[in-house]
Design a protein around this ligand. Structure first.
Ligand code: GDG
Length: 458
């Protein structure tokens, strides 16, 4: 059987925050799988020689980056240009030629480090926007393997994409993969729209692009291990942290949000929505607490650093205005919690608030639904601009740009009958089964394996 080679910005293991991806790929990983990525270390000089170590039966190959390479590639182009652009935030996009050049150089370096580790029938699965030029660089290094790419974040319509200087280079790079996967049909269609309009490549009815090679575009939504998360939540709810949280609520209902501290997650609007809930529907005063966990992220990117003081101020304003001597309405933590602690907290929360302005998928929505007690489930409030909203129609769907609409959904969710909560949760839970981590891996790898005979014939 072909060996799977996974490539992502960070490899799993000590100190890496790749947790989510490692969970999603669990079913694809076997003894002998090779996982390649950045070590997380900054060295004086970047090296194109990988260090290979065995961890939990898989081979982990890593390279160090130089400080300059990290600045241009990671802080500059990946997170200062591509992330805002692909989240529809043109106003936040900053482009510098040296960042794009650095981004390509790092991808070239990765290709040089990875190519000698590859065996002829390996299937190579590349993850996310940091690594768009990788297939093209691997091809230049002589690699002929089947190489697939999965984009975890959205894609944008061609009119928006056109703002990216030298954007056609990256579109061409994407056409060096055999398979390109997206979270939703909308993201894939926007990508194909760019390919047709900007590169003028023909695309057939199945979404296959006739470039130098034949490139299949597919929709394979990511998922979680639903059963595993449900079990973790059921266990955690009996644990010390959840019990202490319940005690501290003294009978009040809980609303919860958990996100990376990222401007795409719509946190200021969510805070403003809670402010409006308490202003417009004062019956909720002293009867609900909102816990927002915001795990620090990408702190060396300036837009991220700017978000922190804004949220601190908003949290202070809300608590100053609405709080009482025995009630803190908004409990805000810019810290991360253990995954199992989070699972227990989701389970006791009457409302899960997932209101990103844009999101590729958003796995917090999956986790919140998986964590619920089916006999007394909570309500999910979900942004229509999260990829998962394409699959989760039974959530309370909101436009996250309108804090009043979110506030009304909070009000409705707090008042929702047990019967309606059960009905909605039951349907969402059914959907989780087909949106599983296993379905994601199987779907993508089936398409990638299919690329092998097609290429051999060509
Ligand atoms: C990208 C795309 C896509 C959050 N706070 C804590 C914590 N989390 C965990 C959540 C969840 C994960 O982080 C976040 O996943 P998301 O899917 O919401 O978002 P991104 O990090 O932006 O990921 C996204 C995803 O890739 C997968 O394709 O869904 O659209 O943007 O698992 O639970 N985990 C812990 N402590 C926290 O405080 N341990």
């Amino acid at each position: 059987m072909a060996r799977l080679v996974i490539v992502s910005n960070r490899t799993p293991g000590k100190g890496a925050k790749a947790g989510g991806l490692a969970v999603a790929l669990k079913d694809a990983i076997e003894p002998g799988t090779l996982w390649f990525g950045w070590s997380g270390r900054l060295a004086d000089k970047a090296s194109d020689r990988a260090t290979v170590a065995q961890e939990d039966g898989i081979d982990i190959a890593t390279v160090d980056l130089s400080r300059d390479a990290y600045q241009n590639f990671y802080v500059g182009f990946a997170n200062g240009t591509l992330w805002p652009l692909l989240h529809f935030r043109l106003g936040l996009m900053e482009f510098r030629r040296e960042h794009l050049d650095g981004y390509r150089e790092v991808n070239r370096l990765y290709a040089r480090a990875l190519a000698p580790l590859l065996r002829p029938d390996d299937l190579v699965w590349v993850h996310d926007y940091h690594l768009i030029p990788l297939a093209s660089e691997l091809r230049q290094a002589g690699v002929t393997n089947a190489i697939g790419f999965f984009l975890h974040i959205p894609f944008v319509p061609s009119s928006l994409y056109a703002a990216l200087p030298r954007g056609e280079e990256l579109l061409n790079d994407l056409c060096s993969f055999d398979v390109v996967g997206f979270q939703t049909a909308e993201h894939r269609d926007d990508f194909l729209d760019c390919v047709k309009r900007i590169l003028k490549f023909p695309v057939d009815g199945q979404g296959t692009i006739a470039a130098e090679r034949s490139v299949r575009s597919i929709v394979t939504p990511i998922g979680i291990d639903t059963q595993g998360f449900q079990n973790m939540a059921a266990r955690a709810v009996k644990g010390r942290n959840t019990r202490r949280l319940v005690e501290s609520l003294v009978g009040r209902q809980l609303m919860i949000g958990a996100d990376r501290l990222d401007y795409s997650k719509g946190l200021p609007n969510r805070f403003e929505a809670f402010n409006r809930l308490l202003t417009r529907f004062p019956e909720h005063k002293n009867s609900v607490s909102f816990l927002q966990i915001a795990a620090p992220s990408r702190e060396d990117v300036s837009e991220y650093a700017a978000l922190r003081p804004l949220l601190n101020r908003m949290a202070g304003d809300i608590n100053g205005r609405h709080g009482a001597f025995d009630w803190v309405p908004l409990r805000y933590m810019s810290q991360s919690l253990a995954r199992s602690t989070l699972a227990g907290f989701y389970r006791i929360a009457r409302i899960g608030v997932v209101t990103p302005l844009r999101d590729g998928m958003n796995l917090v929505a999956h986790e919140y639904v998986a964590a619920q007690d089916p006999a007394d489930p909570g309500v999910l409030i979900l942004s229509r601009f999260a990829g998962v909203a394409n699959y989760f129609e039974e959530a309370l769907i909101v436009n996250p740009h309108d804090p009043d609409e979110i506030a009304e959904a909070m009000h409705d969710g707090l008042a929702m009958s047990l019967d309606e909560r059960k009905l909605r949760h039951g349907r969402l839970f059914e959907k989780l089964k087909s949106l599983s981590a296993r379905a994601y891996c199987d779907g993508f790898l089936e398409a990638l394996s299919g690329a092998v005979p097609a290429r051999a014939a060509a």
